[in-house]
Design a protein around this ligand. Structure first.
Ligand SMILES: Nc1ncnc2c1ncn2[C@@H]1O[C@H](COP(=O)(O)OP(=O)(O)OP(=O)(O)O)[C@@H](O)[C@H]1O
Ligand SMILES: [Mg+2]
Length: 432
């Protein structure tokens, strides 16, 4: 007899931490990953659960009862491990934490009958790539498996997770960290992040840094027409030795605004070598030397995104004004609530707010219960500016889109971040 009510597995659906399907569609396989040789391995002490999960995988899966048996396989190959409910206890998760270091060619997904805040937190912290809760949607599970397999790097991670700090006697600025997020791909996050960052760079006395947190397929560099030598991955690989001068060298300056940019790595498989903890450390270093740090995020909940959101003073949630967008924002908000992100840090940006497919804006704001910081209209100046690689605030400064982004930037300059006391004394240009 199964430890869980096995019949309930029949109507499993996707869990909260599953990637946005739109995102999965855009993430094409890369030539250098381990996809071809990666196999699925199901781990659970309950044979009925093992059979059920294996039955969901058309190409078949190997099965083992215990994590120790799994580890024997992980030592010799590349696996996507489907961890059954028997693996969600604290001892098992502690054991799984060592896998990232020990078996970098494998990744895992946790299947749980019930998702709690604690379990989601813990699982993502120990390196589980996704958590899928009852009821399971087979298509979405398969998409998630495929996406994670495609991202497994061929090489062993070479990045250090050392301590960071800028103990060079310079005063810390403790700049405001603003991340731009959405649970829907293509909603306008990168357009928002680049325009906000450039508008802030024009207004701010201190350095403003834009980090492309969409590590796999970021396009911040393209939107700013930058040809960068270094990326977020380079900064992270040198975390424990970074000083201000090195960091400045790694960033590419946007000549028209003075904005400093850390773009996404050009090789998408590097994304998997960056942990959430390392991203949080990088943000910590950057905020010490900047007036503002803006981070453009992908439409997905993973370890890097969660750590970035937790390290942010403000999270701008970008949403379009159609039903799927609003539905996605609602899902995103409930996940962020599960993760205990304070509501006052969340700000809604309604993009293409005047589109033909109209919803009542005030109705949407009321239903989401989040304060709206900007209404950005739909305007052809946006795709034109994206194609030119020049943000609207520079290429079409009189447009209503540019005005919306300028007003948004003004809010963040006038309304200082918590803990910004050291900013006023320390605010000056650190970067030449
Ligand atoms: N206000 C707007 N008016 C017209 N077009 C817009 C507007 N905002 C965004 N777009 C168009 O939508 C496209 C997608 O925007 P963007 O790349 O910023 O989305 P994203 O959320 O960052 O996507 P991804 O999830 O892939 O990172 C842009 O290329 C742009 O042309
Ligand atoms: Mg983007």
């Amino acid at each position: 007899m199964s430890e869980y009510d096995f019949n309930n597995f029949d109507d499993f659906d996707s869990g909260l931490a599953v990637a946005d399907p739109a995102e999965a569609e855009t993430e094409a396989p890369t030539a250098t990953n381990e996809a071809a040789s990666t196999q699925v391995l199901v781990v659970d002490t309950d044979s009925a659960v093992r059979d059920y999960l294996t039955g969901l995988i058309p190409q078949g899966a190997e099965t083992v009862e215990y994590l120790t048996d799994a580890e024997i396989r992980l030592a010799s190959g590349s696996y996507l491990v489907l961890l059954g409910p028997s693996c969600s206890n604290p001892e098992s998760l502690d054991r799984i934490e060592a896998w990232a270091q020990a078996y970098p060619r494998s990744q895992s997904i946790l299947v749980t009958p019930e998702l709690t805040t604690q379990l989601l937190h813990k699982a993502l912290r120990v390196g589980v790539k996704d958590v899928v809760s009852a009821p399971i949607d087979q298509d979405q599970l398969l998409e998630t498996i495929e996406r994670i397999i495609e991202s497994i790097p061929a090489e062993t991670p070479a990045f250090a997770a050392g301590s960071t700090g800028l103990d060079d006697g310079e005063p810390d600025m403790m700049g405001r960290v603003i991340s731009v997020f959405s649970t829907k791909g293509g909603s306008g996050k990168s357009v928002t992040a680049t325009n906000l960052a450039v508008a802030l760079a024009k207004r701010s006395d201190g350095p403003v840094v834009l980090v492309d947190g969409h590590l796999q397929f970021g396009d911040v560099a393209v939107m700013l027409k930058l040809f960068a030598d270094s990326s977020v991955a380079d900064a992270i690989s040198q975390l424990d030795v970074l000083d201000r001068v090195m960091l400045r060298d790694l960033m590419t300056e946007h000549a028209d605004s003075g904005l400093l940019v850390l773009p996404a790595p050009t090789e998408p498989t590097f994304a998997d070598q960056v942990s959430g903890e390392q991203m949080a450390q990088l943000i910590d270093v950057l905020r010490k030397m900047s007036a503002h740090v803006i981070i453009d995020l992908p439409a997905i909940f993973n370890d890097v995104v969660l750590n970035t959101i937790e390290a942010s003073d403000d999270i701008i949630l970008v949403a379009g004004l159609d039903i799927p967008n609003i539905k996605n924002v609602k899902i995103g908000l409930s996940t962020l609530a599960l993760l205990d992100v304070p509501k006052e840090r969340l700000h809604l940006l309604l993009n293409r707010a005047d589109s033909k497919v109209k919803l009542d804006v005030s109705e949407v704001e009321r239903s989401l219960g989040v304060d709206t910081v900007a209404h950005v209209p739909s305007d052809v100046v946006v795709p034109i500016s994206v194609n030119r690689g020049s943000p609207v605030v520079l290429s079409a400064p009189r447009s209503s889109v540019a005005r919306a982004f300028e007003q948004l930037a003004a809010r963040f300059v006038d309304n200082k971040a918590p803990g910004a006391a050291s900013q006023s004394q320390g605010r000056r240009k650190f970067f030449g």
